[in-house]
Ligand binder design. Structure first.
Ligand code: GAL
Length: 415
């Protein structure tokens, strides 16, 4: 064969491939067992379309470190193509003028009719889609090791009172009642569950969405701090600094009885081959049955000038809302699909309950945004709440009434 002709054919071939394929650098913090499995599904689906995935993983639960790294990269004029940005942060990045519009992809794929308005509102800045939702996590869950409970002869607690009673029995039996990682965001995750049970859904919204001073400093908030402080008696002394997935593994292997954590914890049970109902139990966090604290993960896309990279960005955005991706990702992640028409037949009982409660609470007014996971308020107010909550939790002599006063003051200063 004519060598010149072969080379010409090859270069034409790669030119056509090149025209449709680009690279997307993706910043995320999904590095635990279940999380890594989930994100690799996205990578595979993007690569099967000829694009290249450049992984930019920054470890650290809830993305605190990832967000710091992202700010540095963006400020230096070199943002990644896509980043895991969610909740109020989307508005903050949109306001700074960094994000690209996804309206073309959204219109072509009818996003408005696929996801609930509560979700699409979070994804839009100034009326245009700048982010695409991945899932819906429920945060107010309690995960319990079934065998541990059976051996100790106690029931999984449904209320705060039961939690303390059961906790005492578990302690007597030599088991750590509550697996916890002492990091600000994990403290805030447990705190908001207690707040939801004490304040109810309306009071919770007043405190963490409206930032109402009277609610933040009021009697029910004092009671929230009192119960939260009491919970410290049920965690082990090695909790400071512990990662959330290490805490989950303590429940998986029976070292601890329970964990209060969003359903990304279920991703760890699944990755360890454990089955709900058989090995572990999922129930609403004590005192919060019929309530749903939501945390919607999403990817936002940065403005880039390279047309190939833009194409790859659009392919990634479109892939995320396909039924195929929604299923495989959420089966691994522990969350539920964000599409209203999702087929739930392959999902376990925890996910089926979650979907049922998600839909029911959207109607009853008991669907509330997670403060701890950036859904209810700005990163500034959230940071102020984190500080007060974590300082309180780490000081055995802290006074609940004083803490509620401090909470209101700190939030006011951050508004
Ligand atoms: C949440 C995030 C989840 C999960 C978790 C632990 O904020 O929404 O997807 O990754 O942090 O890192």
């Amino acid at each position: 064969m004519n060598i010149k002709k072969t080379l010409l054919t090859l270069s034409l071939l790669s030119a056509t491939q090149f025209a449709t394929a680009g690279e997307v650098e993706v910043l995320h913090w999904w590095t635990s067992g279940g999380e890594a499995k989930s994100v690799s599904a996205l990578k595979d689906m993007l690569e099967s379309q000829g694009h290249t995935w450049k992984d930019f993983a920054v470890a650290g639960g809830s993305g605190t470190s990832a967000m710091t790294v992202l700010k540095t990269r963006a400020v230096s004029g070199n943002p990644p193509a896509a980043a895991q940005i969610k909740g109020h942060d989307i508005q903050e990045w949109g306001g700074l003028g960094f994000l690209a519009s996804l309206d073309d992809v959204a219109t072509a794929n009818k996003w408005d009719s696929l996801v609930p308005p509560m979700v699409s509102d979070i994804m839009k800045f100034d009326g245009e889609y700048v982010a695409v939702p991945v899932n819906v996590h429920r945060v107010n869950w309690l995960w319990a090791n079934k065998e541990v409970f059976q051996k100790a002869g106690v029931k999984v607690p449904a209320t705060m009172d039961e939690f303390f009673m059961v906790g005492d029995k578990l302690k007597e039996a030599g088991i750590i009642p509550l697996a916890h990682g002492g990091q600000a965001w994990q403290d805030a995750t447990v705190f908001e569950a207690v707040a939801l049970s004490v304040l109810g859904s309306d009071g919770y919204n007043k405190a963490f969405v409206d930032l109402d001073m009277d609610t933040l400093s009021g009697d029910q908030m004092v009671e929230t701090f009192r119960l939260f402080q009491k919970m410290h008696n049920y965690i082990d002394k090695n909790s400071p600094g512990r990662d959330w997935n290490v805490a989950t593994s303590m429940v998986i292997n029976g070292e601890a009885a329970m964990q209060i954590m969003g359903d990304w914890a279920k991703g760890e049970f699944t990755a360890a081959g454990k089955m709900p109902g058989k090995d572990y139990v999922c129930v609403p966090a004590p005192g919060t049955s019929g309530q749903f604290t939501h945390n919607v993960d999403s990817f936002a896309f940065f403005q880039l000038s390279d047309p190939e990279k833009q194409k790859a960005q659009q392919a990634l955005a479109a892939t995320i809302l396909t039924p195929e991706f929604q299923e495989v990702f959420n089966l691994n992640k522990g969350s539920i699909p964000v599409r209203l028409d999702a087929d739930m037949s392959k999902f376990d009982s925890c996910a089926v309950d979650s979907m049922k409660d998600f839909k029911a609470t959207a109607k009853s007014g008991d669907l509330v945004p997670s403060m701890a996971h950036g859904m209810s308020t700005t990163s500034y107010a959230q940071g102020a709440i984190y500080d007060v909550v974590t300082n309180f939790f780490n000081d055995p002599n802290a006074d609940p009434k004083e803490a509620a006063g401090k909470l209101a003051k700190a939030v006011k200063a951050a508004m």
